[in-house]
Design a protein around this ligand. Sequence first.
Ligand code: FPP
Length: 262
Amino acid sequence: MNQARIDSNRVPRHVAIIMDGNGRWAEARGLERNAGHREGIESVREVVRAAHDLGVQTLTLYAFSIENWNRPRDEVGELMHLLEHYLEVEMEEVMENGIRVRSIGRLDRLPPSTRDAVESAIERSAGNRNMTLVFALSYGGRAEIVDAARQLMRDAEAGKIDPERLDEKTFAAYLYAPELPDPDLLIRTGNECRVSNFLLWQIAYAEIYTTSVMWPEFRKPHLVEAIADYQSRERRFGLTSAQVSDGSPSATPGRVPVTDEA
Ligand code: FPP
């Protein structure tokens, strides 16, 4: 789809993507599953570039879930290798485009060389401001909430936080990347319609877009299509349509309503 079809003033600030379908794409062509992951890298390249061109401020890619550790050893090894290779090859362009790399997830489980590559990309790009590219690695939404709760309990024990004053805003500050806005648009490729333990807290009000396109074939026109679809929707955040038309501040993108502010 043509980029001219989207309103550049209403581009979602944060797009999160569940990149699904690499294995099926490969199997349909008589190839081994890893060939799908390799082709998936081309989509990552193009979608990062496209998101930057379109003015998306934050792009989060579900690159490796905590459950993916249970995949065959060689597939896990290939995914780690591809991530390292991507960072090695793409960092120049990432820096030229002023993209800041971040990660969310239990990075301590990554092999040391993958972890080093991710940490060095984060460090090198820390001052960039044009777009934030978040890799969800060894990531699980429930694990993130448990990690936040663990730290919160430690702080409560140390007297730094009063349990009676805990509210959604305080809790959210304990998540992996509290400074990022919640996703406005969640895209899932690969003809599946589920959330798969991705950003469980943060997608409370995200618009969900699914497509039958397998990730290795998902390119800029598909991203434009997803954004155009997003722009055709009315985001109500629990309000009525009339309230939204009146311009209630609660219906402003990025302003996620907090229901239990203390
Ligand atoms: C799902 O396809 C995809 C993944 C498990 C990982 C996505 C990884 C990449 C695109 C490559 C590495 C990433 C980066 C960011 C450099 P699947 O294997 O579950 O597909 P299937 O459902 O068809 O089996």
